[in-house]
Design a protein around this ligand. Structure first.
Ligand code: PEP
Ligand code: MN
Length: 339
């Protein structure tokens, strides 16, 4: 169960409420986020909801029997809107476009991608400064100095930064320079990292684990929310299956299912999803039609020269075309009123 508390609930009222919920046979956890205070009750006993609903200091009470609760749509029918400031949102009813290289490489490269974003009215740029690589000998990123430089150039152009945080010790040093902390597929169930991101007042985008289920992705998001951070975005980036003809299998089924189960915005990463440049646009547009609230894809001035993931990276002309197609497809989807 989720109990939403009144902002002015007294300590005494809260104690009485917790005692009552415990008496029914539910364990309680207090959750305080940027947007509200909650008591989450975990248990299975049947009870008369009015016994609690009538108590002082309560805004609302909801029965949510899923393993994940705070990210469930069962208590919050209104979709979550993640506000990045300067009128830039990732939310239901809009189509976020996020592009940029796999890795942040050089000042020149940053300048060129920022200019590409500005030219195409793309407000969010992706890129890794701490790169999780399968081989320890591959390029591992420019680190915090790269992020500082990127922030200087991107913020001057009004562009928001989406970048991966790999470990808890990086959260604080990254904080002034990042708009969305990305949790990578390999860290999707790094619960220490998720716990710590719960304490931060900045958006967090969680990628689905390489072999993670939809439910596991939602439970990862539950970690961050229950830690105190409601500014969450879910990302489908393909899962590992027996299929070897593509890098991963982009699970577009996940989009309508996640949207039905959760109030959080859902975005699609077709670049890592299929891993083949020529097919990234198709999968991006399929993601739009599946009901996604945004698309994140890799782009670079000369993909063949990219330090990482060049094989799935679009050049600027392809990216400009794709951004326009994403917008057209989204307008068409809204016309269908499918979702
Ligand atoms: C990335 O976005 O470049 C990345 C490493 O993604 P993932 O964690 O999905 O593999
Ligand atoms: Mn990549």
């Amino acid at each position: 169960m989720i109990i939403q508390l009144q902002p002015d609930i007294s300590e005494n009222q809260k104690e009485k409420l917790i005692a009552k919920v415990n008496e029914i046979g539910y364990k309680t956890t207090e959750v305080q986020t940027q947007l509200g205070d909650y008591i989450v009750g975990i248990g299975k006993k049947e009870f008369d909801i009015r016994k609690i609903g009538q108590m002082d200091g309560i805004r609302d009470i909801h029965i949510v029997s899923d393993e994940y609760k705070l990210v469930s749509k069962k208590w919050k029918a209104k979709p979550t809107s993640v506000d990045l400031g300067d009128n830039i949102f990732i939310k239901d009813g809009e189509m976020a476009i996020i592009t940029g290289p796999c890795s942040i490489e050089t000042e020149d490269q940053i300048r060129k991608v920022v200019a590409h974003c500005v030219e195409n009215d793309i407000k969010m740029m992706r890129g890794g400064v701490f790169k999780p690589r399968s081989s320890p000998y591959a390029f591992r990123g420019l680190g915090i100095d790269g992020l500082k430089l990127w922030h200087e150039l991107a913020s001057a152009a009004g562009i928001k930064i989406v970048t991966e945080v790999m470990q808890t010790s990086q959260i604080e040093e990254m904080y002034p320079y990042v708009d969305v902390y990305q949790v990578g597929a390999r860290n999707s169930q790094n619960f220490n990292l998720l716990d710590e991101l719960g304490k931060v007042d900045k958006a967090v985008m969680i990628k689905r684990g390489i072999s993670g289920t939809i439910e596991e992705l939602l439970q990862s998001a539950e970690y961050v929310f229950s830690g105190g951070n409601e500014k969450l975005i879910l990302c489908e980036r393909g899962i590992r299956t027996y299929e070897r003809a593509s890098r991963n299998t982009l699970d577009l089924n996940a989009i309508p299912i996640l949207k039905a189960k959760s109030h959080l915005p859902v975005i699609v990463d077709p670049s890592h999803g299929i891993g083949i440049r020529a097919y990234v646009p198709q999968m991006a547009l399929a993601g739009v039609m599946s009901g996604a609230d945004g698309i994140i894809y890799e782009s670079h001035e000369v993909p063949e020269k990219a330090y990482s993931d060049g094989q799935q990276t679009l050049d600027f002309a392809q990216s400009a075309r794709l951004a326009a197609w994403i917008r057209e497809s989204f307008a068409m989807r809204k016309g269908f009123d499918l979702l």
